[in-house]
Structures are given as C-alpha cells and as structure tokens.
Design a binder for this molecule. Structure first.
Ligand SMILES: Nc1ncnc2c1ncn2[C@@H]1O[C@H](COP(=O)(O)OP(=O)(O)OP(=O)(O)O)[C@@H](O)[C@H]1O
Ligand SMILES: [Mg+2]
Length: 287
C-alpha cells in the first residue's frame, strides 16, 4: 500500500511535470524528508513499472544492467535468453520509472552507466548488444545534499542531465500530521513534543545535522511503550528523557568543535522542550 503524502504539493507538481516533459530527476534532500514516499505516490499514479534500487557500494554496473548466467553460457553460449535483466534494463525495456536511492553511495562506474543512458537513451551491453530505452523510461535519483557524488566531473555531468527538485524539511504542522499517521496511538501532546524535539536538534548550535521526522516518529511510538514497561504514566519525566536519548542521540551529528556528547546535547534539548510542552505537568526532578 502506498502511504499518503502529507503536504508536498509543490514537489509533487514539479516531479510529475518534469517526468511528463521527458526529464530525468535528481531529488535532493536530507535523509527522512519523504523523497521515497513522494516518488512512490507519483509512481503509483503513473501505471508504469516502478523499479527501486538501493544505492550502495555493491551496486556494480553488472548488478544494475544485468548479467549472463555463467552456467548457461558455458553450456549454450552467449544467447540473449541467458541474460537476466537487471533493474536498469528492465525499466528501460518496459518504459518504467527507475528510482535509485542514495546515489552518492554508488560506485563511479555505475554512475557512468546512468549518465550514458540519460544522454544517449541506450546502452551497449557486451555480447548482448544495444538496448534502447522505451520513450517513457525515466530515471529518478535521490541523494543527500551533504554528500557529494564521485568526482566533480561526474557530479557536473549528473546535474547537467537532470532536473533538480530540492526536498527540504517540512513545517511543524505537516510533521505532526506525518508522525500522527505513523504513531496512531500517540496522543496529540506527545506528537507535538516529538516533533518539537526533532526540530530542535536541527537548530541546535552544537549540531551539524539533526534528526528527521523518523526520529520524531520513533519517539512518539517509544514513549507509551516505555511507560507501559515501567508501569509509569505516559508523561513520566524519566521515560521521556530515556526515549529522547534512545531515539535521537544516534541521529544527530555534532560539530567538530563540540565538547559535549550527543547524549548531553539531547538531554539539554529535552529539558528545554519538556519545560514548555503540554506533554507533562511533571517537573524536572533535577531541579
Ligand atoms: N510528506 C510526507 N508524507 C507522509 N509521510 C512522510 C512524509 N515525509 C516523510 N514521511 C515519513 O517519514 C519517513 C521517511 O520518509 P522517506 O523514507 O520517504 O524519506 P527519504 O527522504 O526517502 O529518506 P532517505 O533519504 O533516508 O531515503 C517514512 O516513514 C515516511 O512515511
Ligand atoms: Mg528514501
């Protein structure tokens, strides 16, 4: 089932229009900003095949394009039927939408293959021959703007062949709606606190990057469970702090110059947010 996208009308319009215009797309935004969710929604309405590939160092050209079955080749030679299509060739033949996540993790040789397909509309596979992309084939690649892709020549070539749709963090109201969708049982004040905590990590001067809405979702789900395990009320101060540390400290990156641990920064944020949130009447036991 495709999750309903909350908000993002502008990005949805841009992606749909760019695909219809024949362009390939680079979705650029920090982790957890809804790039995959957005694209799944667009793909569901396109009625074309949607092929998702997780970008990683192991995504070699052979994995992306496809390869001959060595045993069958030994027996019968390089016949086309002994070739099994990889995700790229499948999407090209069927006029589908190929979505490559985490493009910045993909090896340079593989990015080169994608560049060729984007500019030539075809690739040449050794011993198989030329494969042309159906005219409705499109490539959408997602990447984090803080990581660069390959060499600067590669990244220039990539930007030059794509339309770039920037996907930033959404506003607090949209984030609350997103969290509520994924943490159905969380009460409204808890959802609001979760979003406030995650957003505060993005603005804290000691932190280079903060938690996405995924952190807020986990917080809103964890608090009630932890309260139940400990048989305390859902607005218990210690349960809130422990949940914040558990769901947020691993998701933030500190500035090099920061002398404190991530846990200390999260605790400071939690104290500040809890002091003003509607979540608990309970006060900070440390005060
Ligand atoms: N606008 C949105 N509407 C609905 N859910 C959203 C939205 N944005 C984020 N989410 C939720 O947040 C989580 C992360 O979203 P998603 O996986 O789409 O992000 P992403 O940008 O693809 O992340 P990454 O860069 O790590 O791949 C998912 O649980 C998703 O359901
Ligand atoms: Mg994604």
């Amino acid at each position: 089932m495709t999750k309903q996208v909350v908000g993002r009308q502008r990005e949805l319009d841009l992606v749909r229009a760019a695909l219809a215009s024949g362009a390939h797309i680079l979705l650029e935004g920090p982790p957890g900003t809804g790039k995959s969710t957005l694209l799944r929604q667009v793909a569901a309405a396109r009625h074309a095949e949607f092929v998702l590939v997780e970008g990683s160092a192991e995504l070699t050209p052979a994995r992306l394009v496809g390869s001959f079955d060595p045993a069958l080749v030994l027996e019968q030679g390089y016949r086309p039927e002994n070739f099994s299509d990889g995700p790229l060739v499948r999407a090209m033949r069927e006029g589908g939408l190929l979505y490559v996540e985490e493009l910045n993790r993909v090896p340079e040789e593989t990015i080169n293959v994608l560049l060729t397909v984007m500019s030539e509309g075809e690739i040449n596979v050794p011993r198989l021959g030329r494969i042309a992309a159906d005219e409705s084939f499109r490539l959408v690649a997602a990447m984090n703007p803080y990581d660069s892709v390959g060499t600067s020549r590669l990244s220039m070539a990539l930007y030059d062949r794509t339309c770039r749709v920037a996907v930033g963090y959404q506003d607090a109201e949209h984030e609350r709606q997103i969290v509520q969708l994924s943490a159905e049982h969380a009460k409204q004040p808890l959802v609001a606190e979760a979003v406030e905590l995650a957003r505060a990590t993005r603005e804290h001067p000691d932190l280079r990057s903060g938690a996405s809405v995924r952190g807020a979702i986990d917080y809103a789900r964890l608090v009630p469970e932890l309260a139940e395990v400990r048989a305390v009320s859902a607005d218990d101060w210690q349960a809130g702090l422990d949940a914040a540390l558990t769901t947020l400290s691993g998701r933030v990156r500190r500035h090099e110059s920061c002398q404190r641990s991530a846990d200390e920064v999260i605790e400071e944020i939690f104290r500040r947010v809890r002091a003003t949130s509607q979540q608990g009447g309970e006060t900070d036991p440390g005060e």
